[in-house]
Design a protein around this ligand. Structure first.
Ligand code: PMP
Length: 409
């Protein structure tokens, strides 16, 4: 294991004078906190002996039924027995990886991929093979080629890890046309699909696309989460898995944590039962759409030599820097200029990505986003001048992101 690039960043980026376009924190001021507070109080006062007690390893049954209702919005039909409640979808990623991966086994994942998943895969010594994505998500032909090449080499591919909606960090979604293609390729190669979907309900236009799990019950493990559509602090996510895998997931979860927090589950269950959660998701979508607009508007105004994805939902845009710039080397200078981002290298297992950065638009206000992009543009333009003069950007003087220098920390 090693410190992720995001982890060390938080120490500096959380200072108030820094505009952080780095973290993926939802904007919780958008929630009716007084109502949620009263609800939590009521849960303890009226159901305290359950809420504060150990519970089922698989998760509270009422909540599992409510989760089915949430998933119906993405056309998933399942039974409460198919659902395993986890401590955030991060724990589900850990459990699935623990079940399937022996050191040296292959996980196929998008290029780029969610940094937290890569950390899990690394911890279990999986060998991550990246497959490119484009504007329409994972490229089917590239997946076919990668799986064929791996089969020829006799490599054991345990699963395909994919974030089909509003990808972290790329901001793109897998098109409706590609969904059955990806599933067909995975099925033909005997590869399980791990569908990680925390952002699927946060689309800015139209209806959610059908989940991969809705198109294939046997070949997909689906991961969901309340972190982005409600609140990450309760740490409640879930997995939906084919029967045999689901039983093993429960055993693995019990050995890790005995059971997910009953207090959290009952609070979320009460929220789903008594609050207008669909209305809240709609409000979040509108809030994040406005921030996305602020982000892409500011990028168009200030970064003429960069390119970026324009996400239709979620939290992130993926920016390609002008030729010759290195996002990781540039980060200390950006933080000195009071703006933070995550360098693209965090999202690859193999050191690619230095020409990219992830910018998140979920937490800062539109005004702060515009200010952050203005500051970033200043850093990029002085960096570009150096590249034009000397052919390369200066290194980072030995300052690694894992241990920021004192003037940055
Ligand atoms: N998957 C993806 C793609 C994410 O972006 C995140 C959070 N950043 C997670 C999983 C983990 O979320 P949680 O554990 O809060 O459900």
């Amino acid at each position: 294991m090693r410190a992720s690039e995001i982890r060390a960043l938080f120490a500096v980026a959380s200072r108030p004078e820094v505009v952080s376009l780095a973290g993926g924190m939802p904007y919780l001021e958008g929630l009716p906190l007084d109502v949620i507070g009263e609800m939590a109080q009521r849960v303890i006062a009226t159901r305290g002996t359950t809420a504060l007690q150990y519970g089922s390893g698989q998760g509270d049954e009422t909540l599992r039924e409510q989760i089915l209702e949430v998933m119906r919005l993405e056309r998933i039909e399942a039974h409460p027995d198919d659902v395993v409640v986890t401590t955030g979808s991060q724990q589900a990623l850990d459990l699935v990886t623990r079940l399937f991966i022996n050191p040296g086994d292959v996980v196929v994942a998008e290029a780029p991929s969610y940094v937290g998943a890569l950390g899990v895969f690394r911890a279990y010594q999986a060998d991550v093979v990246h497959v490119p994505l484009d504007q329409d998500g994972l490229v089917p032909e590239a997946l076919e080629d990668a799986l064929t090449a791996l089969a020829r080499e006799g490599r054991r591919v345990k699963f395909l890890y994919t974030v089909p909606n509003f990808h972290n960090p790329a901001g793109v979604s897998l098109s409706a046309a590609r969904r059955p293609q990806i599933l067909e390729i995975a099925r033909r190669h005997g590869v399980l699909v791990l569908e990680d979907n925390p952002y699927g309900l946060l689309g800015f236009e139209g209806e959610p696309l059908p989940a991969l799990r809705s198109l294939d019950e046997d070949g997909v493990i689906y991961l969901g989460s309340f972190s982005k559509t409600f609140a990450p602090g309760y740490r409640v996510g879930w997995a939906v898995a084919p029967h045999a895998i689901r039983e093993k997931l429960v055993l693995a979860s019990e050995s890790a944590i005995l059971c997910p927090s009953n207090a959290s589950q009952l609070a979320i269950s009460a929220y789903l039962a008594t609050c207008d959660w669909r209305g809240q998701i709609k409000a979040f979508r509108e809030l994040y759409r406005e921030r996305r607009d602020a982000m892409v508007g500011a990028l168009a105004e200030h970064l003429p030599r960069a390119t970026w994805t324009v996400p239709d939902g979620g939290f992130y845009t993926w920016v390609r820097l002008p030729e010759g710039l290195d996002a990781k080397a540039m980060l200390p200078r950006a933080v000195t200029a009071r703006v933070a981002y995550v360098p693209g290298t965090a999202f690859y297992a193999d050191g690619q990505g230095s020409d990219h950065m992830r910018l998140s638009f979920c937490f800062p206000t539109p005004e702060r986003i515009r200010e952050g992009v203005r500051r970033l543009a200043g850093v990029i333009s002085s960096e570009s001048e150096l590249v034009d003069l000397f052919g390369v950007a200066p290194g980072d003087g030995g300052t690694s992101i894992e241990s920021p220098s004192p003037d940055l920390a």
